[in-house]
Design a protein around this ligand. Structure first.
Ligand SMILES: *Cc1c(COP(=O)(O)O)cnc(C)c1O
Length: 350
């Protein structure tokens, strides 16, 4: 049976370009990006570099490629990347760091994907011939598998400072960095100070169909361009896509706080559901988890039943679901999704 999904909270990638965004895209001035002749892409790159307080930036087809190219530039084969054990770079990028850069991970356990400078320091290898070489530390702002938690700027700044002191490159996976900035009302560059590289995703909360923008020092971006070509990420009339990014930066950043309010709304509506553990006070941005382990229900069954009612949530584990709010799920839709969840949970398991 195929059911039409009316409310899709599986990810904040579940958006379609708005009429305004499409108009901006079709009106874009374009050229050959590989030859640095696409003015709209160049404008987007300059805009993001400025936003993140970096010298330069490069437009890429995806956030995954932003991370992978950052590692390709920062690492040599055998080098070690320090990251949270639930980081996207570790578990959700096809082992790209190992396969492409030849780097391995040293992961740190965290409650919500956030760790401090001392934890980072403890994960560093002693400089011995037999040890891997610690090379990069990665922070994920906001933490995806950590439930959308926000790294405090002070924690990030201290981490970057410590990394610099130890000769380690510091990288931010900023897929949802603008969610944090909007929520806390700070400039995005607040978080990236002292980091060697950082990127933002255009296709998550910003509502663009495609793209990420990786930023860093001029020399880093020059090297990134080499890998962009090698991996097939150098584009042609990418200005049509970059125009969506510029439109999103003008129109879709401040509104991210609505997504956060809607995530809190969802959490609040289901908080008293018997057997379901959800912590509304922990919802900082647009991601929340539902723990069904004490409900006797399987996440896959609840998901399937909800889909029959036109609502989709993410299945994260046997008894774990994920809700991600976004600009194509307004308040009323989020409310209906929560009500559908409550109704399905009320029925006895099949
Ligand atoms: C989605 C995501 C990525 C990858 O971005 P894509 O644009 O989907 O390739 C990387 N890191 C985090 C934290 C993400 O949520």
């Amino acid at each position: 049976m195929s059911t039409h999904i009316e409310i899709d909270l599986i990810s904040d990638t579940s958006t379609r370009p708005s009429a305004g965004m499409l108009a901006a895209m079709t009106a874009a001035e374009t050229g050959d990006e590989q030859r640095y002749e696409d003015p709209t892409t160049i404008a987007l790159e300059q805009r993001v570099a400025e936003l993140l307080g970096m010298e330069a930036a490069v437009f890429l087809p995806s956030g995954t490629m932003c991370n992978q190219i950052a590692y390709l530039v920062h690492c040599r084969p055998g080098d070690e990347i320090i990251a949270a054990s639930n980081a996207h770079v570790f578990g959700s990028e096809g082992a790209g760091a190992a396969a492409l850069a030849g780097a391995q991970f040293r992961t740190v356990e965290t409650a919500d994907g956030i760790f401090d400078a001392d934890t980072f320091e403890a994960a560093l290898r002693a400089p011995r011939h037999r040890s891997p070489r610690s090379r990069v530390v990665t922070a994920e702002q906001t933490t995806n598998r950590g439930g959308g938690a926000i790294w405090p700027a002070a924690t990030l700044n201290a981490l970057a400072k410590r990394a610099r002191a130890r000769g380690i490159a510091a990288h931010i996976d900023g897929a949802r960095l603008l969610n944090a900035a909007a929520e806390e009302g700070v400039a995005p560059s607040h978080y990236t100070r002292g980091f060697d590289s950082a990127w933002i995703d255009l296709s998550k909360g910003l509502g663009c169909p495609v793209g990420g923008v990786l930023a860093g020092a001029r020399g880093f971006i020059e090297e990134a361009w080499f890998w962009k070509h090698r991996l097939g990420g150098a584009l042609r009339q990418s200005g049509f896509l970059a125009a969506a990014g510029l439109y999103a930066l003008d129109n879709n950043v401040q509104r991210l706080v609505e997504d956060h309010e809607n995530a809190r709304l969802f959490a609040g509506l289901v908080a008293d559901c018997p057997g379901v553990k959800v912590f509304p006070e922990r919802v900082r941005t647009n991601i929340l988890f539902l723990d069904l382990s004490e409900s006797g229900r399987a996440a896959a069954d609840v998901s399937a039943e909800m889909q029959r009612h036109g609502v989709r949530l993410g299945v994260e584990g046997p008894t774990r679901m994920r809700v991600v709010t976004h600009l194509d799920a307004p308040r009323a839709a989020v409310r209906r999704a929560a009500e559908t969840f409550l109704a399905v949970m009320k029925r006895p398991a099949a």
